[in-house]
Write a protein that binds this ligand. Structure first.
Ligand code: SIN
Length: 505
């Protein structure tokens, strides 16, 4: 590693990271830190900083398609050895990485704040959440097991051997720079696979810090390869079309997921796609209102609305609509402080970039044009920086508005009035996507009925905080397929081989 180059490419905020070993701007391939073969780099900037000239965090190597091809080769060579490493040993590696993430949690959190903009407390929460996948999969690795099945022929026995699928391509988003990698990487390693990881070009620094920790944890070279690049579309295509890669796991938008699926068809690759959502959050007339308000704020405004499972449409029963909206708005006024995620007391940070801002503006303007009322916020906040926007509440939203039909991925809560359970289930399901859904109600018969009726992959019933390593995370409809985390997470990284053993008397 050329440390001279490293230090010449980081800005002043990144030099405040205490453990400078975690600050990397090169790619990590086959256990080595390397530069791009083209010499190309790209800039990573802090979304909270204004003016723009002050926002530069680091200049990072932009790895080319050729760099990826050679990393895939190395990952394949590594796979030939790693697939023979025992589950117990893979567990030890994952557990070490879990501990190292905890040992370095403050620095990792600071990197996340700098490149993603989320408040420090949330970033620290993300580090702990991200590490928990390594803990979880350390516990799963020794338990990946095969089945013995009775044959119809008494002379035979059938073995269903669960084997690691091979080299996995992992494509991750910027909204959880660590957790979206660890949820995939932990499962892949537990299964015995090797990985080639492309972190989002907005947030490569936390990912590269993770690569450094994997080296310290003693992962064999080639198991974890992390290659930053600003050519996301080209690299996505390459990873999907490469015949060595046997599985691709992607978290991101439904549109990109569809493109990757098409590109993967030439090699019939196994896919896990965790795509966009349009989560309904239903407050029934018998709900505990205080809990529902707290839950709605936590779900809607987590990471300033920039998560796939954020509540996107708040349905409130007509009999409690006024009381709910008043309490919701009052609580937001009291509790929220917008600002730079590293500043004391800040609860919500900026949007990631101008494209996100455009969508938020488009959704608010369209809703207001069509009759929605602004109950809180509604404006950009250039006084704080160009990526800041008020946390916004819109009342009287209807299905005619864009915000009802599309994921906003921003800090806008649209509230829709409903009168019956049947009506709200219909409205909630009236979308091509289905990732998460939430509802608050006390009637226990309703708990089962509504949980079953919502067309989503995950339901929060009287809770908005559903994310944890034990949850089978994933969607239905155009929110994708595959389940991450949980006892099902490893399966996606394995294939079953049937072996018929004959000659048994
Ligand atoms: C996402 O936004 O895709 C992930 C959210 C989570 O894991 O809680």
């Amino acid at each position: 590693m050329s440390s001279k180059r490293l230090y010449s490419t980081i800005g002043p905020s990144v030099s405040t990271i205490k453990n400078q070993n975690l600050v990397k701007t090169q790619a990590f391939v086959n256990g080595k830190w390397i530069n791009s073969s083209s010499g190309e780099t790209f800039e990573v900037s802090d979304p909270a900083k204004y003016p723009k000239e002050e926002s530069k965090l680091a200049t990072v190597q932009s790895m080319t398609e050729d760099d990826y091809k050679s990393a895939i080769q190395k990952a394949n060579e590594s796979f030939q050895k790693f697939k023979k490493v025992s589950g117990r040993e893979r567990s030890t590696l994952l557990y070490k990485l879990y501990q190292l993430m905890h040992d370095n949690k403050e620095d990792l959190a600071k990197l996340v704040v700098l490149e993603n903009g989320k408040p420090y407390a949330d970033a620290l929460g993300e580090v702990v959440y991200a590490a928990s996948f390594f803990q979880w999969f350390a516990e799963e690795a020794p338990r990946v097991s095969s089945d013995l099945i009775q044959s119809a022929n008494p002379e035979n026995q059938i073995l269903a051997i669960r084997q690691p699928i091979g080299v996995c391509g992992i494509l991750t988003p910027w909204n959880f720079p660590l957790a979206m990698i660890t949820r995939k990487l932990g499962a892949a390693v537990a299964a015995g696979c090797t990985t080639v990881i492309k972190p989002a070009s907005e947030t490569p620094l936390a990912a590269l810090a993770l690569a450094q920790l994997s080296e310290e944890a003693g992962f064999p070279p080639g198991v974890v390869n992390i290659l930053p690049s600003h050519e996301s579309a080209k690299i996505g295509k390459l990873v999907c079309e490469d015949p060595i890669i046997k599985k691709v796991s992607f978290t991101g938008s439904t549109n990109v997921g569809k493109i990757l699926m098409k590109q993967s068809s030439s090699t019939l690759k196994k896919l896990s796609l965790e795509l966009g959502g349009n989560a309904p959050f239903i407050v029934f007339e018998d709900a505990d209102l205080e809990k529902a308000v707290t839950g709605a704020i936590a779900s809607k405004f987590r990471s300033s609305g920039q998560t796939c499972i954020c509540a996107n449409r708040l349905f409130v029963h007509e009999s409690i609509y006024d009381e709910f909206t008043t309490k919701f708005v009052e609580k937001l006024k009291k509790d929220v402080k917008l600002g730079n995620g590293l500043d004391e007391g800040v609860t919500h940070g900026p949007l990631i970039h101008d494209r996100s801002m455009e969508k938020v503006r488009e959704h608010i303007e369209d809703a207001v044009d069509k009759g929605a009322k602004v109950l809180l916020g509604g404006d950009k906040r250039p006084d704080l920086g160009e990526n800041f926007h008020d946390l916004t509440v819109l009342g009287d939203v209807t299905p005619k508005m864009l915000i009802f039909n599309e994921e906003t991925f921003g800090p806008v809560a649209p509230i829709i009035k409903f009168s019956t359970e049947e009506e709200v289930i219909k409205l909630a399901n009236d979308t091509p996507v289905g990732l998460a859904g939430y509802f608050y109600a006390k009637d226990y018969t309703r708990l089962f009925r509504v949980a079953e009726a919502l067309e989503v992959g995950m339901v929060g019933a009287n809770t908005a905080l559903i994310s944890e390593a034990a949850l089978p995370f994933g969607g239905v409809k155009e929110s994708g397929f595959g389940r991450e985390g949980s006892k099902f997470g490893v399966e996606d990284y394995t294939v079953i081989k049937g072996v018929v053993i004959g000659g048994i008397e």
